[in-house]
Write a protein that binds this ligand. Structure first.
Ligand SMILES: [Ca+2]
Length: 344
């Protein structure tokens, strides 16, 4: 870091990438995407929680060491994701029709081909009571034709679309963006470490659900759905929206007993297989950070240790992602950068 810290706001063009460096922040321009990353120093932390609010799958708390790395300052935005799609012509999971296996032939779909469900994504429809159970709410619905490009109406699109986090992206979509950007999704441990290491000046300064969930959102934070990134204050590491706004995909498979498994002491990568006792036939990935749908009356999913489980091919209106890059890979970029400096 010593050499890195001596370089302040240098700007140079090489290999099709323009990169700005400051002492603890790097801006990579990959294709048309400008991506800010901040340095996360390595160290020990206590993973999980024994707080009364903590779920069983957040236990037991355990000491973990994380190597230094870099993390995108914000969730990946629509503008950044657009750059990826423009460069690669990538088609997201939600934009693809779903073909059913023969066992699903008795579908009631109003479609010419009964074995095909048009592409779409999951949308939150609020506190609609299930007809058969007056105490159970049916919160989510299949939004046919919904994908990352359709989240905003035309009226709002020009003004707001670019700087909001991309949503309606599956884990596979997030992974493909990460590969294109020469980065990766964070491990759950990296994500939680960064969230806990970065201190917030005002813990209430986040976008969650205020009011009686799921009946009424009083919108005291100003947002019913996502907020544009960098709207609220960053934490002390310079990271934005590590709590609230959107859930963020991480690399790890979900398992309720993940924290009792071996090899948790240094840079844990999570279990090799997934298991969700509530839905054992479906493999799921972990998401972190909570979203604008999290309420302190209900799940307080915006706590750093909170864990959500979602199948990797699913996409939702409140789920996005951010990326990380190892310090070694960033140093390689720096090495190329310095060699270009010498050439110039
Ligand atoms: Ca809100």
């Amino acid at each position: 870091m010593t050499t890195l810290k001596k370089i302040l706001c240098v700007c140079i063009l090489f290999l099709g990438c323009q990169n700005n460096f400051t002492k603890n922040k790097v801006t990579l321009i990959i294709g048309e995407a400008r991506i800010d990353l901040v340095y996360i120093p390595g160290g020990y932390f206590i993973m999980g929680s024994d707080d009364p609010m903590a779920m069983q799958d957040e236990r037991p708390i355990h000491k973990v060491y994380i190597d230094e790395f870099w993390m995108t300052q914000t969730p990946i935005t629509n503008k950044q994701f657009s750059s990826f799609v423009n460069a690669t012509k990538y088609v997201t999971t939600a934009e693809k029709d779903i073909k059913f296996q023969p066992k699903h032939k008795k579908s009631n779909l109003d479609n010419k081909d009964k074995n095909i469900l048009p592409g779409g994504s999951l949308i939150f429809k609020g506190g609609m009571l299930l007809a058969k159970d007056p105490y159970a709410y049916d919160w989510w619905a299949w939004g046919s034709g919904i994908n990352w490009k359709t989240e905003f109406s035309n009226k709002d699109k020009a003004q707001n679309f670019d700087q909001h986090p991309v949503v309606h992206v599956s884990w596979y979509d997030a992974k493909q963006f990460s590969k294109w950007a020469k980065m990766d999704l964070p491990s759950e441990a990296q994500w939680e470490y960064a969230a806990k290491l970065g201190k917030s000046k005002n813990k209430n300064n986040i976008n969650i659900w205020q009011g009686v969930f799921p009946k009424k959102n009083s919108k005291e934070d100003g947002f019913i759905k996502t907020n544009p990134v960098k709207h609220f204050d960053p934490n002390s590491l310079g990271l934005y929206d590590m709590a609230g706004n959107v859930w963020e995909w991480v690399n790890d498979w979900y398992h309720p007993s993940a924290y009792t498994m071996k090899e948790r002491k240094k840079n844990p990568k999570g279990p090799t297989t997934s298991y969700d006792p509530n839905e054992p036939q479906v493999a799921k990935k972990v998401t972190k950070g909570g979203s604008y749908l999290c309420s302190d009356q209900y799940c307080s999913g915006y706590r750093p240790s909170a864990r959500m489980k979602t199948s990797p091919e699913s996409s939702l209106e409140n789920t996005g992602f951010r990326c990380v890059i190892s310090n070694e890979d960033m140093m390689r970029i720096m090495k190329n950068f310095k060699s270009v400096i010498e050439e110039y």
